[in-house]
Ligand binder design. Sequence first.
Ligand SMILES: [Zn+2]
Length: 315
Amino acid sequence: MQNVSRRNFLLSAAAASAAFGLDGPLEFFAPAFAQGATPDLVKFKVGDIEVIQMFDGVWQKPHDPGFVKNASLDDVKAALKAAGLTDEHVPIPFTVTAIRSGGNLVLFDSGTGAQVAPTAGNIVKNDIWKKAGIDPEKVTTIVITHFHPDHITGLMAKDTNAPIFPNAEIHVPAAEYKFWTSPTTTAGAAKRIQAVFPTWKNIKQYEGDKEVAPGVRAIATNGHTPGHTSYHLASGSQQLIVLGDVTNMPALFVRNPGWHAAFDTDGPLAEANRRKIFDRIVADKVTVTGYHYGMPGAGTIQKDGSGYAFVPVKV
Ligand SMILES: [Zn+2]
């Protein structure tokens, strides 16, 4: 962990005990790196799978009392502070996951394409693709968790909507496609999706827990959006789950799995699927990546009192 600020956070005694059979609290590195020291790129292995995490930047979301439907603004600020983050705004990071496995490269979601927030879009602005050894023209497999703009805008060029990944098969959950292409859906990027996606022949809809790429299997985690989907891979005895937006920032929503973000289409369903997959992740000691977990954006989930704690991988 060289070049990383030692902004640590405490895993509570209960979680430390459950995870390691220890009595006292343990120190872990915070999920966010210090400002100015956030790496563009982090790579690590899960079994033989190489996981590549690319940092697309942060959305400095102004506070809004409706952001968490069932928690006060003071509670939100206190949770940010407790995690060592600023409480002047909600610093929502974006991290895109790619994996190399058995000679295949699979990209999960696309990043913001420098079109969503002025402090995001680093993957394009800093050509992190190149640093990661990824040529967008040569990417052949992309799988999408859901159609919120921060996850799919990087698929389309600004103004022209030209495909950024012209040679990729883009696998999307059918339920998600159906919802966002319905003329009755007007929220978010619906209009742009309706104008663009039906004209792209490389969008492949799939149903259920399909194996969308070699070894990459879909897990329905809907609620955040009607078709929100996570993805599972395994190598030897090790497992990886690309969570997408099963939760937003861990400091708020891993810690408080009962909190319902304003972005959730169906808060109670999102919470039920969150608890279900988290309990599987804890039981099976699965490594996860989360799109809004900051860098390195990957780690494990531990039980922690009435909630959970996110413990970043050491890189
Ligand atoms: Zn998101």
